[in-house]
Design a protein around this ligand. Structure first.
Ligand code: V47
Length: 378
């Protein structure tokens, strides 16, 4: 019997073709080496094609990490710094504004802002960073602060997530990135980041953000100490919240990079695990519109291949990325629009520049406009 005729896979394929939802057990089957990656990928590609046709998205964006000083010591993180370490930094207002200026001059539609939880910075400083950028560059969408940061701000201020988010929205917050989710299951979370927001807190903050009308992303950090059942559990917890709120726009599977971390003895996940995780995520997350193949983490070649395994988005041009490059990522700092479009076309798809909310962008040089179309409302 070849892997293609694996009876469990055929049963799952029939469920997908008939629009039935996959179960926890189905997720484990899809992760089983007895089921061929090719089959899982082809099924995920069928689902992607149904949702997005021949389109594959990218955006023109930049990253800003205003500080790397962090009270937490997540074992997987190479970016964080102690307060008094020579590596530690905090950006000045002038440096932050210069980054905004550079982004606008480069035609960016989005700034992705995350950083450390600085021992001596108050909530007001994090609000100030957004207000500074938003007032100077109102067209730049600020996708900022993960649920872990929001949880920290609640701790600093004694305010509810709702109050914290309303203040940040008033200062210019446009949406939230999906970081900090890692692996929700306590068997893993307690070993890699036991001190920070747990699964319940992370999900509750995203629920609150969605209730306030903010779109957010979600992630999963895989390829370290977790096993397949932890990943499937993680994906189903995200799916359950999405059933309630519909507020997640994109899921980004994040491949672990071990260099310079407390888990440096581990190997990087294989390309096979990268592609299988993308495909299984597309099949289990039947209610999340977009799947990002984040080329910075996956590597350019794997990200391009992932467009045939369920992904419909390559993220962006990206500049000033530090979190993965500190952890040994050997990808470039930037891809140009021409390079992104070439990667997408070579994969047989039609490139679509999008804004953060997945509206197609019409542009002339560095000035741009988002277009509302029925196709973006998937
Ligand atoms: O939460 C940290 C991960 C995340 C490492 O929402 C690491 O559009 C691998 O969430 N190896 C932050 N991963 C980044 C993130 C993200 C990235 C791109 C787009 C979006 C989006 C969100 O990075 C952290 C953690 O899971 N991370 N260290 C590491 N050594």
């Amino acid at each position: 019997m070849t892997a293609t005729t694996h009876p469990d896979f055929l049963r799952i394929r029939d469920k997908v073709y008939s629009g039935q939802r996959l179960s926890f057990e189905d997720g484990l089957v899809l992760y089983s080496p007895q089921v061929s990656l090719h089959d899982v990928g082809a099924l995920a590609n069928f689902v992607r094609q149904q949702r997005h046709g021949n389109r594959a998205y990218y955006n023109i964006n930049t990253h800003l990490n205003p500080t790397n000083v962090c009270v937490y010591r997540c074992t997987f993180c190479a970016f964080r710094s102690d307060l008094r370490s020579p590596k530690g930094y905090v950006m000045s207002d002038e440096e932050i504004l210069a980054r905004g200026q550079e982004a606008v001059a480069a035609g960016c539609t989005e700034m992705h802002i995350v950083g450390g939880l600085h021992h001596q910075k108050k909530f007001e400083w994090y609000v100030h960073v957004l207000r500074l950028l938003h007032e100077a560059f109102p067209s730049l969408h600020l996708k900022a602060w993960t649920a872990v940061e929001i949880h920290w701000f609640q701790h600093l201020t004694g305010k509810s997530a709702r109050e914290v988010l309303l203040e940040l929205m008033d200062a210019g917050l446009g949406s939230m990135p999906g970081g900090g989710a890692e692996i929700f299951h306590p068997e893993v979370r307690d070993q890699i980041c036991e001190h920070k927001a747990d699964a319940t807190a992370w999900l509750e903050i995203h629920r609150t953000a969605h209730e306030l009308g903010l779109k957010t992303n979600c992630t999963m950090l895989y390829g370290h100490i977790e096993q397949a059942h932890h990943r499937v559990d993680h994906l189903l917890r995200l799916r359950a919240l999405q059933d309630e709120t519909g507020g997640f726009q994109a899921f980004i599977p994040l491949a672990f990079h071990p260099a310079n971390t407390g888990l440096a003895h581990l190997k990087k996940p294989s390309v096979l695990l990268d592609l299988r995780t993308m495909a299984v995520s597309r099949l289990l997350l039947d209610n999340v519109p977009h799947l990002k193949a984040y080329w910075v983490m996956l590597g350019v070649g794997t990200a391009q291949a992932a467009l045939a395994y369920g992904a419909d988005d390559l993220d962006g041009t990206v500049r000033h990325e530090r979190i993965y490059h500190d952890a040994g990522a050997d990808t470039p700092q930037i891809l140009t629009v021409a390079e992104l479009e070439h990667l997408i076309r070579e994969a047989g798809r039609e490139p679509v520049e999008r804004d953060t909310l997945y509206r197609p962008v019409r542009r002339q040089g560095t000035s741009w406009q988002a277009v509302e179309t029925a196709a973006t409302l998937v």
